[in-house]
Design a protein around this ligand. Structure first.
Ligand SMILES: [Zn+2]
Length: 84
């Protein structure tokens, strides 16, 4: 699986800007913010969350406290900065 870049997406639930990765089931440029992810994950099953929004912590922030900052320090990101 190729890793995708972290983008600034529009939350499809509350329309705020949120870091995330494009999920094929979402319209382009749309994702899910941490606040809505937390709210929705209390209502939906993990399987529905994944098929609709992608993988928590990868395609969208897992909670309001977890932006994708950890993922930006992934080996891919480090590899890119080493080339600069
Ligand atoms: Zn939201």
């Amino acid at each position: 699986m190729q890793s995708s870049p972290v983008l600034t997406l529009t939350c499809s639930c509350c329309t705020s800007s949120t870091p995330g990765r494009q999920w094929h089931n979402r319209d382009e440029g749309f994702g899910l913010c941490g606040k809505c992810a937390e709210w929705l994950s209390g209502k939906e099953t993990p399987a529905i969350m994944q098929s609709t929004y992608g993988i928590a912590g990868y395609h969208y922030p897992a909670s309001s406290n977890a932006a994708l900052s950890d993922l930006e320090q992934s080996p891919d990101a480090n590899a890119l900065s080493l080339h600069s």
